[in-house]
Design a protein around this ligand. Structure first.
Ligand code: KG4
Ligand code: ZN
Length: 365
């Protein structure tokens, strides 16, 4: 869609990353990140083995103003050059969302520029258009600490959830598995590291919902099986841990192969006219090389292009929020009023049924 060039300031504070970014959308719909800063709160939370909402909210308050200044500086622009402000307003931890959205509102009020209250999941969903200029429709697998969803991206503001987890999010399964094996937080990288010297065939862990006609996911049984395996081996050796981690990743790979494979088939059946179908992956778990290789092989098998944005744009950042704001503005979608409220729960697909226990409560993607 053509529209005048747009320069958008994005703000992200929905979980444990404080981020600000300035993104340019050119008249042809191409995107460029002009300035981008992310401050991770990993250290503040690591002693607690997870994100503590009160600590997160306080850390956002302390850092956000400076990060916005820094993003503008790196972009070489001032607030006068900005066409709109985009701030994450859900889903996520409510304290952090309030900090980011209130800051966005204050800047909008002071400058008279429009404000877009952006759904964090929409940020993830549209990133592949910023990085790879992907056209609609495409399929997205979002695998993070808060969400595990397969989403059909039909257009800006037009999403259909095809599958979601009915219990733990995939990143959460990695984090819980790491914790019960005594590995450090965040669990994903620790499990991946341990798995590299393990035997993936040693344990035959369950692969819940494999073969199910729906496209949903389930990971809590896997975590329970890991606990039982570890308990049966007490005291566990380093090699046992490595073997458990490798077998755990193998069970997940097989699950993804089945669940996502079905999604690719459904996409082909529903969009037979799309010449170059694509699967996009987003979320912190997308860093995992074994899972990436599984998804790449699956896409090769089904004739899909596999799009994995650079890691810093797969995990939480404000460039994706700025970009979602730019896409909304360019598509002619209305800005939000300054009375817009943050929403800790905010499904991308309003029609999709909420599934009990789907992902970590209050956490975001
Ligand atoms: O998207 P993200 O950065 O933010 C939140 O969801 O908050 O994802 C973080 C999640 C954590 O659960 C972390 O353990 C997982 O992504 N993760 C990984 C890897 N790196 C991060 N999981 C598996 N393998 C990895 N290499
Ligand atoms: Zn996220």
């Amino acid at each position: 869609m053509t529209s005048p060039p747009l320069c958008i300031l994005g703000i992200e504070t929905s979980c444990d990353e404080t981020a600000a970014s300035v993104v340019l959308r050119d008249e042809k719909g191409g995107g460029r990140i002009l300035g981008d800063v992310v401050l991770s709160q990993l250290e503040e939370h690591s002693a607690y083995g997870g994100v503590v909402p009160e600590i997160a909210a306080r850390a956002h308050v302390e850092a956000l103003d400076t990060l916005i200044e820094e993003a503008l500086l790196r972009a070489g622009v001032t607030l006068k050059d900005i066409d709109a402000i985009a701030a994450t307003s859900g889903p996520g931890l409510i304290g952090g969302l309030i900090v980011g959205l209130m800051t966005g509102k204050a800047i909008a009020r002071a400058t008279g520029k429009p404000l877009y209250a952006v759904n964090h999941l929409e940020g993830h969903a549209l990133t592949a258009r910023l990085t790879d200029g992907l056209s609609f429709p495409y399929l997205m697998l979002l695998v993070s600490g808060g969400h595990t969803q397969l989403i059909l991206v039909r257009g800006v503001g037009d999403y259909e959830r095809w599958g979601t987890t009915i219990d733990d999010a995939l990143g959460e399964a990695f984090d819980k598995t790491a914790k019960l094996l005594g590995l450090p937080y965040p669990g994903g990288p620790a499990v991946e590291r341990a798995a590299s010297s393990g035997d993936p065939e040693r344990f035959d862990f369950p692969r819940p919902l494999v073969g199910d006609a729906r496209l949903d996911f389930s990971f809590s049984g896997l975590k329970t099986a890991v606990r039982q395996a570890a308990q049966s081996l007490e005291p566990v050796s380093e090699q046992d841990i490595a073997d458990i981690c490798a077998s755990f990743q193998r069970a997940i790979s097989r699950t993804l192969k089945d669940r996502v494979g079905r999604g690719l088939k459904r996409f082909k059946a529903e969009f037979a006219a799309v010449d170059h179908p694509a699967l996009v992956v987003a979320g912190g778990v997308a860093a995992n090389q074994t899972l990436r290789a599984t998804l790449q092989a699956l896409c090769d098998e089904h004739g899909f292009r596999f799009v994995a944005p650079p890691l810093e744009l797969c995990t939480d950042n404000a460039a994706m929020i700025a970009w979602a704001g730019a896409e909304r503005l360019a598509a002619g979608l209305p800005a939000d009023g300054l009375d817009v409220a943050p929403r800790s729960r905010w499904p991308l697909d309003a029609e999709a049924k909420a599934l009990i226990g789907s992902g970590r409560r209050g956490a975001k993607a």
